[in-house]
Ligand binder design. Sequence first.
Ligand SMILES: [Zn+2]
Ligand SMILES: [Zn+2]
Length: 1016
Amino acid sequence: MFPLGTIGSMSQVFRPLPNVPDHPALEREVLERWENDRTFERLREQNAGGPRFRFMDGPITANAPAGVHHGIGRTLKDVFLRYHALRGFDQRYQNGFDSQGLHVEVQVEKALGLNSKREIEEFGIAEFARRCREFVAEYAAIQTAQFNRLGQWMDWGNDYFTFSDANIEYIWRFLKECHSRGWLYKGHRSTQWCPRCGTSLSKHEQAGDENYAELEHLSLYVRFRLKDREGESLVVWTTTPWTLPANVAAAVKPDAEYGLREGGWRLAVDGGEYDNVVQGEDLVGLEYEGPFDDLPAQEGVTHRVIPWDEVALNEGTGIVHIAPGAGAEDFELSRVHGLPVLAPIDESGRFLPGYGPFEGLSTDEVATPVVDELELRGLLVEAGTIVHRYPVCWRCRTPLVFRVVDDWFISADEIRAPMLEQNATVEWTPPQYGKRMDDWLRNMDDWNISRRRYFGLALPFYPCACGHLNVIGSRAELEERAVRGLDGLEELHRPWIDAVVIRCEECDGEVERIPEVGDAWLDAGIVHFSTLGWQNPEWIEDGNATGAARGLTGADLPDHAYWEQWYPADWVCEGRTQIRLWFYSQCFMAITLDGRQPYRRVLTYENVLDEHGREMHKSWGNAIELNEALERMGADAMRWVYCEQNPSQDLRFGYTLAEDVKRRLLTFWNSVGFLVTYANIAGWEPEWGAEASSEHALDRWLVARTGRLVSEAEAAYERYWSPAVTTAFERYVEDLSNWYVRRSRRRFWDGEDAALETLWWSAVQALRVVGPVMPFLADHLWRTLVLDGPDSVHLAGWPEAVEVDEALLGEVAEVRRVVELGRQARAQSGIKLRQPLRRLVVQGADGVQDHAREIAEELSVKEVEFGPVEATELRVKPNLPVLGPKLGKELGAVRTALEAGEFEELEGGRLRVNGHVLSPDEVLVERRGKQGWAVAGEDGLTVALDLALDEQLELEGRAREVIHRVNTMRKEAGLEITDRIVLTLPGDLAEHREWIGRETLAERVEPGDELRIEKA
Ligand SMILES: [Zn+2]
Ligand SMILES: [Zn+2]
């Protein structure tokens, strides 16, 4: 027990810990302290000039408060940056905000109640641009507070904003470079179009599964009457009635068979009855009457049957209606066959003049009049509905249509091979995502960079009437070549930039900019250049706080020397969907400008779903805002949840998960609390820098075990695999709490310096290891335990490697296996651990003989014997699926012999029975305890507990029971663990009186009728 002298004069060396941490309160306190102590700034100062760890942040869109699905990326970034800081790396910590383009525009439209481009223009583009900027400023501030609360250490206030003039100018340079290489062109193409946003969308924006919805559409079978074939028609199938007024052709598969039934040609299917069957090619060239020939737009169009090998034969009629102005493949076919292209709808998806009664209707609204008209003219064969997977706008979820428009493209032909080559140099975690990147690069189309919108990158293209395309590469060049409009140029955005007219470099004529803006992924892709000052001759203070970013950040535009130091990135970390987005655009731009991959390693992760595995959507009511989760569960628990997730799988996020994590973290908290309590009682004080030097076996073991934690965690951090960090830590805590602390209790009660010192040293190392994952709890406990060392765990550096005594770790692991099996045997026997037993026999354990006393104590037995366990009965049955075919008729006799125990055990687990030798896989072996024994075994290790009780054992069992009850009563009475009591003890336990008194801290033990305690 405690040395009596210390009890009265308990000093408070350490601030006592409450039983359970209040995570959010503790975290707010730590945040305040970091702020007051300038902890992060001091960390940066401490590491300045050290080796560089180059991280580039992929910008987050500042258009809403962050949700828990943003927390995972933020956490992983912070964890590995903090780890590198502990290793002494100098870092930039620059955060990025994505701040222009469709993400922002659509949210601002919603906030302003604007529903179309016309309404934006009526509102005024200048005012709209200002509102977009304000909107971004507001959410950038909100997100900054959120991520700060999550514990993310970034250089807040020096963020980059993609809408800064500096960023825009760097994209201009990139575009000019593309133009000089002949990659830039204006394409006349069929493109996916969002009628609400009024713009085309590129394949990379639309590629994900999330950009599809299950929608119900009409399913129509329509008759196209053949000319010169009285009474015959083609039967086509369509799910987009709105495209019928733009029909110009019908496609058949030349080598498929078509049959005529009730006057209609359609694919001939087996077993169908047809009046005539022909090859598709026999139909090619036939002319037919279009379904809407009366429309002015259809004037002069000759409708005919064309061949197409890609006609799908598994749906519809095998005859495809072709409207080149309303479908991508249709458009391609129009080029091959010289078909006219009728473009029926405008930017907002409404029918243009030339479409008679349909003019002004949307593609949805037009369905009913189209069907009515077909029916009226006897062209409708059948009408129903179909539910199918249909693309929707990635930004606003409006179903997409196809339009033929002029868009600007960057050719991917020449960049594809170098991009693939460079991707091969990247280390992807998890590795399979590198292959996904390769797949994307192999299949990527030319990059569609133009959007018909307002608050985006102003494309610096000035096509002149003389045929020359002027591309401006910088603001300086713009100013030099401007004829007028510079005066009002507030920033490089619409409408101000639109007013600048330049002089054509070819013919000297005046040229205006095209109205289109750029794809937002240009904005994010350029940041390796724009934030680091590539080819910038002189450092410019606040040089990234230009244009719309003025006043929002203090970010400089560094010079080229700086870029050389910080490029390429050692590491980037973003979600898997960024493969076709940011990963793609940054590589495209970097390899174009510099020829090199902009990053060396990637960590990527999957999505965050709700607890039931559904995507989180505000409108479904299952989205969780980051703030709400932070206040309910605390940042450390959240970060733990993110870190223990295998990044190649979706994370199902929920509060139950967090509760479970908190429970696990509590084990460590309790071990530190235990140390604090007993160190305070003993008045023990730590000394910073003291090595753990105790010779006690348990202490040596804990030091070795801690050394292993450090090396395991280091390996995990080095390969950016956070689940291995959390697993290593949890296993360590299990060993610490359920082995070291439990086995050492008495030494702590005795205030033994060596034990206190070892536990303190180990806990302190463990805090440094786990600090990156749970920075708040780790720092709080650090401040609790470390009195004369660094004032934050984050300033303390990574623990030094310890030479790990592997042999000792192996021995103790084996001891714990024996104990675990012993517990299983106990559980089988139904005899409580509190009842001591006489004997345990252990067979098959290596090197644990020296630990007999520990095993005996753990299992509450008087002796441990090492040797063969004879207390078992071997029960053997034939493994029928294996042995049946081998033995055939003799199986019965062998089975009987085995049941009767008439067999001989041979080496290697083989058995001889009835003249056969059976291998271990041919039999099923079960070891059971004989009467009076409890046996458990696994992997060659067997333990047997002798269950026989005698009077002495029973008496001792009762004494232990009493000790347990008294200690429970002490707790219930609210006594401090140092309080002494007077114990009244009934009955026959006189023999153990002194022992009971010691274990319950009784000053006196008095005989009486019932068990009673009283504070002394
Ligand atoms: Zn849209
Ligand atoms: Zn010109």
